[in-house]
Design a binder for this molecule. Structure first.
Ligand code: UDP
Ligand code: MG
Length: 308
């Protein structure tokens, strides 16, 4: 049995040595053959040279070196596409997901004969209250809007087996929301509860703007409900207008002096105009996704590979 560990890295020079050490410690305890695949996602710091140094003294360390920064989801995709394992683990490099949990995941996988063991965060240390609240409500809202059920409080930290890896490799959609895609596949998926730790060093690469973009990827990929918003709003506003017209007609009949202020009309026009722009924007987001699919560019470009 070969175990692949997939570790995306972007500007993690302060972290990768320690991740390597902790991961190797854990992997040796499994008594399994393993490969440790680090994806260097276009880092601008010393991440790649440190990884290269590690790969020279340990052939279990493999590197996929991207031509530029393609983003976390693309890095994980490259790892899954290139791993040879019967089982694979996706784990962040910053040690927020403790490598020791891999041992629990292995136990659960064996005991339950699971195809997926996904990490569920019981506790999250060192995150801002803003991130905690937005994450909590995002996962729950997505669940309501989507046709698939997603486990909540779950990131990409998980163990997947060869069935899932092969299935994943057969899908070619762009703008992947990996945790969603894997839930969507079905098979036997089992949770593994753990405490998410603080980052070992350095800073998050998911500021608010990227978090929103990622949330949008999940929403667009798994729900068609936003597209239907325009029709729903249309029906609501047509009904309201008819009611308003009737009320105004009655007022005018009772009081012939009555005039409607221009200000009111201007307000109404800008309000409806705003709603129209929002719904057009939503359609635009789906269209942009289809544009990406139509261009069919690769999701990532590999400059070189080490120890493969
Ligand atoms: N990462 C990546 N490419 C990116 C951004 C992040 O490969 O463009 C990696 C990063 O090195 C880390 C993981 O993805 O291993 C998660 O990123 P981060 O810790 O910044 O996100 P957070 O845990 O704060 O959501
Ligand atoms: Mg992190």
């Amino acid at each position: 049995m070969l175990l692949s560990v997939i570790v995306p890295c972007y500007n993690e020079e302060l972290v990768v040595r320690e991740s390597y050490r902790r991961l190797t410690d854990v992997l040796r305890q499994t008594n399994m053959d393993y490969e440790l695949i680090f994806i260097n996602d276009g880092s601008k710091d010393q991440t790649f040279s440190i990884l290269k140094e590690l790969s020279q003294s340990d052939t279990a360390v493999k590197i996929i070196n991207f031509a530029r920064n393609f983003g976390h989801q693309c890095a994980v995709t490259a790892g899954i596409n290139n791993c040879k394992g019967d089982l694979a683990v996706i784990i962040d490099s910053d040690l927020q997901d403790p490598p020791e949990v891999i041992l629990d995941m292995l136990d659960i996988q064996k005991r339950e004969e699971a195809n997926v063991v996904y990490g569920v965060r019981k506790k999250r240390d060192g995150e801002t209250w803003f991130k905690l609240i937005t994450a909590k409500y995002f996962y729950r809202t997505l669940n309501k809007l989507s046709e698939v059920h997603f486990p909540v409080d779950t990131g990409d930290f998980r163990m997947i087996d060869r069935n899932i890896i092969d299935l994943f490799n057969s899908l070619h959609e762009k703008n992947k929301y990996i945790r969603g895609l894997i839930s969507w596949m079905g098979y036997k998926q089992v949770p593994c509860y753990y405490d998410r730790k603080e980052r070992f060093a350095g800073e998050t690469h998911y500021p608010l703007k990227k978090m929103l973009k990622f949330a949008l990827t999940g929403l667009l990929g798994f729900s068609k409900k936003p597209l239907k918003l325009a029709s729903a709003l249309g029906i609501v506003f047509v009904t309201l207008s008819i009611l308003c017209a009737i009320v105004l007609l009655i007022i005018k009949l009772c009081n012939p002096e009555f005039v409607i202020g221009l200000g009111n009309i201007a307000l109404l026009i800008s309000f409806i105009g705003g709603l129209q722009f929002i719904t057009i924007g939503i359609i635009g987001e789906y269209l942009a996704n289809m544009f990406d699919e139509a261009k069919d560019r690769p999701e990532y470009i590999i400059k070189n590979k080490v120890n493969f």
